[in-house]
Every structure is written in C-alpha cells, then in structure tokens.
Design a protein around this ligand. Structure first.
Ligand code: HEC
Ligand code: HEC
Length: 260
C-alpha cells in the first residue's frame, strides 16, 4: 500500500543518508597541515559548540538537532534522560552496532577531550530544559538487566503494533521497525532511547502514551527491546561491517541475542 511503500522508502533514504555521511567523514581528513592564522584555525582549536556541531554532528542528527537521519538530540526529555558521562562516552567511543562514529582522538576520531566537553555542555545548554523527567518515574536510560523477549513480544503488540504494524510487511504510519535492514543498523540502546524519550520531531510520543492502558514500565521497555533485537536477522546481508552477527551456528536463524 501507498503508506507502507513510502515509509519503507523513507527508511531506505534515511540509512542511505547515514552511509553517505559516514563515507564523507571517512574521506574528509584535511590533507597536509592547516596553516596557522586567525582565518583558518587548526581543527583542534575550534571550541565553539555551533561550529563543532555543524562540522561533526549535523549531517546525521539534523542542523537543529532534529529531523535528521539519526536520533534527535534537541529533545529535552532525551537531554534529561542521559547523564554527562554517558554522553561523553558515546561521542568519544561511538555506539557499537549503529552508524554513530567514534570521535575521540584515541579512537581514531578528530575531537580532543576539550572539544568533546564543549559538545556535552553545549548540547545541554542549547537543547536541555533541566530535569523535565523529575517525578515522572521514567525508565532508566540504560537497561539494568537482560530483557525477556517472549514478554517483549506481548509489549510490542500492546504498545507498538498500532503504529509500526504487527509484522514487517503490513502498512503502518511509523514505518516497519521489524524490517531486517532496519534492525541490522540499530542496537538495543537506540531502541530503548527512542521508546523512552520518543521522537517528538517525527511524531512518536514518549513512553507514557505508547501503551493505551498506561505508561510503559522499565521492565516492559527492557523486554520489548530484547524482543526487537531477537528479530535481528542472523545474517543481515552484512552491508555494514560493524553489524557483525553472533555465531549463526549457536542460535536459531532468527535469534542472535536474549534467551528463548
Ligand atoms: C554518520 C552519522 C552520525 C554522525 C556524524 C553523528 N552521529 Fe550520533 N548517532 C548516529 C546514529 C546512527 C546513532 C544511533 C541512534 C540512531 O540510530 O538514531 C547515534 C547516536 C547518538 C547518541 C546516542 C543516543 C542514545 O541512544 O542515547 C548521541 C548522544 C549522539 N549520537 C551524539 C552525536 C554527536 C554529539 C555527534 C557529533 C560529534 C554525532 N552524534 C555525530 C549517527 C551519527
Ligand atoms: C502513536 C504511534 C507510535 C507508537 C505507539 C510507537 N511509535 Fe515508534 N514511531 C512512530 C513514528 C511516527 C515514528 C517516526 C517514523 C519515521 O518518520 O520514520 C517512530 C519511530 C520509531 C523508531 C525510529 C525508527 C527510525 O527509522 O529511526 C523506533 C526505533 C520506534 N519508533 C520504536 C517504537 C517501539 C519499540 C514502540 C513500542 C514500544 C513504538 N515505537 C511505538 C510512532 C509510534
């Protein structure tokens, strides 16, 4: 149907954009040594949030922190959910299993510790609105234990299927998140973060109104994430080098993580 075709096309375009951005980043090391001088500051001397964000992040996360191919950072709930240390860790080390690159110098990236600190502070100053989750009993950003995929399937049916379809092949307004090529480039944290903080830039509500009968509990978020990860194809065609599947022999074809 029309809507399904267009939401799939949207996913394909989105991840196509991510790949483009990745290859651009890989190929854009400045040749030679940049000249000293006020007009051309050395890259490591740039300490303005706006410049650092525009040069390193906006291609994937959107010029204004939203509506980019990757998660929206200009979501006050997201800013309240994640602590400074975790933000710094993601920027320095990247997010394994997704297309989020590592920016730390020791990790082969281009950003100094000082620049990472500017980014962390700037993200808060620009897009944080303080502790907007205070008193709301929000699930924690990181899962505290492994989820139960079987319980997660029921959560999916109660809280996700009405927007994302009951199977990978039905039309849905949120697009199919059961699509193997989508699952191949996301990890547990990305899904968890999206479920808790929502995607206000794309019209997905937060954890409080996904299930019609009430907010999702921390366990439900953990379980639905585990179930989605268990749907990741064991051999997703390996278009992305980092999305290494678990040993195919060790698990049934459609499960690579979690318990049965
Ligand atoms: C090549 C694309 C790309 C670039 C460039 C990029 N990111 Fe990301 N980022 C991603 C993807 C993909 C994810 C995983 C989540 C998703 O799929 O939306 C991610 C995730 C994140 C997260 C974690 C969200 C969570 O789950 O809690 C943060 C924080 C983040 N990026 C910050 C940055 C910052 C700051 C920069 C610039 C220094 C940056 N990113 C540059 C693609 C990118
Ligand atoms: C009220 C409708 C609605 C519900 C319920 C809902 N979502 Fe969404 N979701 C959306 C919309 C709309 C988008 C944005 C789709 C787009 O523009 O690509 C989205 C996007 C997402 C994305 C990001 C996809 C991408 O392409 O980056 C993930 C992951 C996601 N949803 C997971 C879930 C999970 C898991 C649940 C159940 C716990 C859920 N959603 C429930 C509407 C919903």
């Amino acid at each position: 149907m029309q809507s399904e075709v267009s939401s799939r096309a949207k996913n394909v375009t989105r991840y196509g954009c991510l790949l483009l951005a990745v290859s651009f980043l890989a190929g854009c090391k400045l040749p030679g040594k940049p000249k000293d001088g006020p007009e051309v500051p050395r890259p490591e001397q740039v300490l303005s949030f706006d410049e650092l964000y525009a040069a390193n992040c906006s291609g994937c996360h959107g010029a204004h922190g939203e509506k980019g191919p990757a998660m929206n950072l200009a979501n006050p709930e997201y800013q309240a959910l994640v602590d400074d240390a975790s933000l710094r860790d993601i920027i320095v080390n990247g997010e394994k299993g997704t297309l989020m690159p590592a920016f730390g110098e020791k990790q082969g990236g281009e950003l100094t510790d000082a620049q990472v600190n500017v980014l962390v502070k700037g993200l808060r100053a620009k897009w944080g609105k303080g502790d907007v989750l205070s008193g709301l009993n929000a699930p924690t950003w990181k899962a505290t234990h492994a989820g139960d995929p079987a319980a997660g399937k029921l959560v999916y049916e109660a809280a996700c299927a009405r927007c994302h379809s009951a199977s990978g092949s039905q039309p849905s307004k949120g697009g199919s998140i059961l699509d193997g090529s989508f699952l191949a480039v996301v990890n547990e944290q990305m899904i968890r973060t999206t479920v808790i903080a929502g995607r206000p830039d794309l019209g997905m509500p937060d954890w409080r109104s996904l299930k019609q009968s009430g907010p999702l509990t921390d366990n439900e978020v953990t379980d639905v994430t585990a179930w989605l990860m268990s749907q990741k194809p064991a051999l997703p065609g390996q278009p992305y080098g980092s999305a290494a599947p678990a040993q195919p022999a060790a698990a049934p074809a459609n499960k690579i993580s979690g318990k049965d």
